[in-house]
Design a binder for this molecule. Structure first.
Ligand SMILES: [Zn+2]
Length: 268
């Protein structure tokens, strides 16, 4: 009976096939030793004051019921292209590329059902529906990093039944996004599978999370404070304090708080 059920549900078949294939995916993410003399020191203050040539954003902020949005975390909300769809500035270009890829490879227009929500909007959503809406202060929509996407005729849970939904599931990492609440991970995320809810974390984090089959919770936890990691041409480090150390020869640095008192620094 179970076999027949799975066979008749192409979306479930897709998820099982994808999960199986991902077991064989290689990610070259690994820890690397770095000599102290090759490190430079930068203060968070100078980064926030725009003195250093470093991008500061919230791309790796972990938000869930146990980690509500801290006071210092303020989104930088912009309008997406010529629309009134609001999202964090760090997401806009990446979303543009993802939606273009869906258009060119699947031939469908990707639409946004929901993007940035103010705390008041999250509050009213929560008071309407306490079962599915997240408590105010603990939704990624409130920092503008999450987008709920759909294509015509396929929204919500049905999104994964569409070719576009399956394309997004398998390819959104290339544009810096993750499907934030993947299947079989409710124990960790506290949320059932939401194929429509994508979250921007940026590369190479999206690639590591997807290829290693992790959640954002598990990934951030896997980054030990003060250590350095390499993935492709990227260097990643999670550090505590107001000063951070990073290799001298690394450019294009992006720094984000993790919402747990640390910063995650990415460069290449
Ligand atoms: Zn959502």
């Amino acid at each position: 009976m179970v076999g027949v059920f799975i066979y008749r549900r192409p979306d479930i078949r897709f998820i099982i096939k994808n999960t199986w294939e991902m077991l064989g995916e290689e990610s070259d993410f690994h820890e690397i030793p770095i000599d102290e003399k090759d490190l430079q020191s930068v203060s968070i203050g100078s980064v926030k004051d725009d003195q250093a040539d470093i991008v500061y954003n919230n791309s790796l902020v972990l938000v869930n019921k146990d980690h509500p949005i801290s006071e210092g975390i303020v989104p930088n909300i912009v309008d997406y292209k010529d629309t009134d769809v609001k999202m964090d500035e760090s997401v806009a270009d990446a979303y543009g590329e993802l939606s273009e890829a869906v258009k060119s490879q699947v031939g469908k227009n990707l639409y946004i059902m929901d993007s940035y929500r103010s705390e008041e909007e999250q509050e009213s959503l929560y008071s309407e529906d306490k079962n599915t809406a997240t408590t105010p202060g603990s939704s990624e929509h409130e920092i503008g990093l999450a987008l709920d996407v759909y294509v015509k005729f396929f929204a919500g849970e049905g999104f994964i039944k569409s070719e576009a939904g399956q394309f997004v599931y398998e390819n959104c990492w290339k544009y810096g996004f993750i499907v934030r609440y993947p299947p079989f991970k409710k124990r960790i995320t506290g949320m059932k599978f939401e194929p429509w809810h994508i979250r921007y974390v940026g590369l190479p984090h999206s690639e590591i999370i997807y290829k290693k089959g992790l959640t954002l919770e598990e990934y951030i936890q896997s980054l030990e404070i003060g250590k350095f990691y390499k993935s492709g041409e990227y260097i990643i480090s999670r550090q505590k304090g107001e000063e951070f150390l990073f290799p001298n020869n690394v450019k294009k640095i992006v720094i984000s708080p993790d919402n747990m008192g640390n910063y995650i620094i990415t460069g290449r």
